[in-house]
Ligand binder design. Structure first.
Ligand SMILES: Cc1cc2nc3c(=O)[nH]c(=O)nc-3n(C[C@H](O)[C@H](O)[C@H](O)COP(=O)(O)OP(=O)(O)OC[C@H]3O[C@@H](n4cnc5c(N)ncnc54)[C@H](O)[C@@H]3O)c2cc1C
Length: 397
C-alpha cells in the first residue's frame, strides 16, 4: 500500500487533516483503532472558536453545523454568589463562540471523507511506525486479521495523548513539559434545556462548577472533584445537590433545571506539551503533542489549528518540493500552543479551589475575579483568548 500522507487517528485532528489535504489534491489514508460508531459517539469538547467555525464552513463542513449549533456572545463568571457577564462579542469586535459537540464535528468529517471516496480504516490493530528519518516512512498495521504496510512520504501522528506516534520518537529527541492539577472534573450529560442562556463558570468554596450546553435539549455540566474520584460514589441526586449548592446565587434569582442524566465520568486535568512536534517525516498534531485543562475550552480548537498549519505546509511540500513551511511547522505551532497553555492554566487557576488552608491564595483569587469582571482591559484579555486570537498573530515569531 502507498499513499502520500499516512494519518494515525480518526479524531478531529486526523479527520480534518485528511479533509484539508483532499481539497489540495493530496492523498491520505487514516488508520483508527476504534470502530466508526465509537468515535462518532465519543463525547468530549463542545466549544468552537470562531476561527474553527470559519475553517469548517469555508471547507464545506458548515451545513449541519449552522443549522444545529448554538452561537454564544458572552459567558458568566459567578463567584461569591453573584454572576458577572463577560461580553465576549462586545469586547472582541463581534466575535462569537459556537456550541457544537465534538462528536458532531467528527460525524460531519467522516461523512465528508467517505462521501469523497476517502480511505479511513477503522478497528486497525498493532499500529507501528518505521523509517521516520528516511524519505519513505511506513506504518504497519493489522486490519481484518491481515498485516499491512502503508508506505508514505509523511506520517501525521494524530492519535491523541495515549497514541503510539509520540512514543515512536527515540528517547532524547523530545522535551516534555507537564503539569498535573490536584483535581479532576466530574462531567455529566443530562436531557434538559439550559438553565442559562450562556455558559456559567462558578468559583465556589466547595470547588469549581461549569454549566455548559450541547443542544437545546442536552446540557453538559461539570463539578471539580478529586483527580481519582470514584464515580460510583456519585448518585444522580448527589450530583444535582452539589450542582445546586455551587451554582446558587445570593439573591436566589437562579434556578438550575434538572433532567435525566445519561452519561457521567471523571477526567483528570493536565497541561502537557512536547517540543518539537516533529521528528524526521513524522509530524504530531493535536492531543498527541499537547493537552490543556478543559477550563479554557481549547483542546479541539488547538487540534484544528495544528492541522490547518500542517495541511498548508504539506500542500507547499507536495506542490513544489519546498520544505520551508514543514520545517517551521513545530515552531509556528508551539508559539500558539504556549499562548493557549497559558490561557488554559490561568482560567484553571482562577476558577478552582486549591489548598483548603491557603487563605492567601483564596484572597488573591477573589481579587483577580473582581478585577476581571470590573476592568474592561482585564475582561478583554479573557474574551479575546476565549473566542480565539487570530492564528496569524499567534504563529508569528
Ligand atoms: C475525556 C476527555 C474529555 C474532554 N473534554 C473536553 C471538554 O469538555 N472541552 C474541551 O475543550 N476539550 C475537551 N477535551 C479535549 C478535546 O476533546 C481534545 O483536545 C481533542 O479530542 C483533540 O483531538 P485529537 O484529534 O488531537 O485527539 P483525539 O480526539 O484523542 O483523537 C485521537 C484518535 O486516535 C485514535 N488512536 C489512539 N491510539 C491509536 C492507535 N494506536 N492507532 C490508531 N488510532 C489510535 C483514538 O481512538 C482517537 O480516535 C477532552 C478530552 C478528553 C480525553
Amino acid at each position: 500500500m502507498r499513499t502520500q500522507v499516512g494519518i494515525v487517528g480518526a479524531g478531529p485532528a486526523g479527520l480534518l487533516l485528511s479533509h484539508l489535504l483532499d481539497l489540495e489534491g493530496i492523498e491520505s489514508v487514516v488508520l483508527e483503532d476504534r470502530s466508526r460508531e465509537y468515535v462518532e459517539n465519543r463525547v468530549r469538547a463542545g466549544v468552537l472558536e470562531q476561527g474553527t467555525v470559519e475553517l469548517l464552513t469555508d471547507t464545506g463542513l458548515g451545513d449541519r453545523l449552522h443549522r444545529e449549533a448554538l452561537v454564544h456572545r458572552g459567558l458568566e463568571l459567578r463567584f461569591d454568589g453573584e454572576g458577572h457577564r463577560i461580553d465576549l462579542s462586545g469586547l472582541t469586535d463581534g466575535r462569537t463562540i459556537t456550541i457544537y459537540g465534538q462528536q458532531e464535528v467528527v460525524k460531519d468529517l467522516i461523512a465528508a471523507r467517505l462521501g469523497a471516496g476517502g480511505d479511513i480504516r477503522f478497528e486497525v490493530e498493532d499500529v507501528a511506525l518505521d523509517g521516520l528519518t528516511t524519505d519513505v516512512p511506513s506504518i504497519a498495521f493489522t486490519h481484518d486479521g491481515e498485516r499491512h504496510t502503508l508506505e508514505c512520504a509523511v506520517v501525521a501522528g494524530c492519535d491523541g495523548f495515549h497514541g503510539i506516534c509520540r512514543k515512536a520518537i527515540p528517547d532524547g529527541v523530545l522535551t516534555a513539559y507537564d503539569r498535573t492539577y490536584p483535581f479532576g472534573w466530574l462531567g455529566i450529560l443530562a436531557r434538559v434545556g439550559p438553565s442559562s442562556d450562556e455558559l456559567v463558570y462558578t468559583n465556589h468554596e466547595r470547588g469549581f462548577s461549569l454549566l455548559s450546553v450541547r443542544s437545546p435539549e442536552v446540557c453538559r455540566m461539570y463539578l471539580q472533584c478529586e483527580p481519582d474520584e470514584d464515580i460510583g460514589e456519585w448518585s444522580d441526586d448527589r450530583i444535582w445537590d452539589e450542582l445546586h449548592t455551587r451554582t446558587a446565587t445570593r439573591n436566589g434569582d437562579f434556578t438550575l433545571k434538572e433532567g435525566p442524566i445519561f452519561e457521567k465520568g471523571v477526567a483528570a486535568l493536565r497541561s502537557f506539551v512536547v517540543e518539537p512536534m516533529q521528528h524526521g517525516r513524522l509530524f504530531l498534531a493535536g492531543d498527541a503533542a499537547h493537552i490543556v485543562p478543559a477550563t479554557g475550552a481549547k483542546g479541539l480548537n488547538l487540534a484544528v489549528a495544528d492541522v490547518r498549519r500542517l495541511s498548508e505546509a504539506l500542500a507547499r511540500f507536495f506542490g513544489s518540493g519546498d520544505t520551508d513551511l514543514l520545517e517551521g511547522y513545530s515552531d509556528a505551532c508551539l508559539r500558539r500552543v504556549w499562548r493557549v497553555q497559558h490561557f488554559s492554566w490561568w482560567m484553571t487557576s482562577m476558577m478552582h479551589r486549591f489548598d483548603d488552608h491557603d487563605d492567601f491564595q483564596r484572597q488573591v483569587q477573589r481579587s483577580e475575579l473582581a478585577y476581571v469582571t470590573s476592568s474592561r482591559a482585564a475582561a478583554t484579555a479573557l474574551a479575546e483568548n476565549y473566542v480565539g486570537l487570530p492564528i496569524a498573530t499567534l504563529e508569528a515569531g
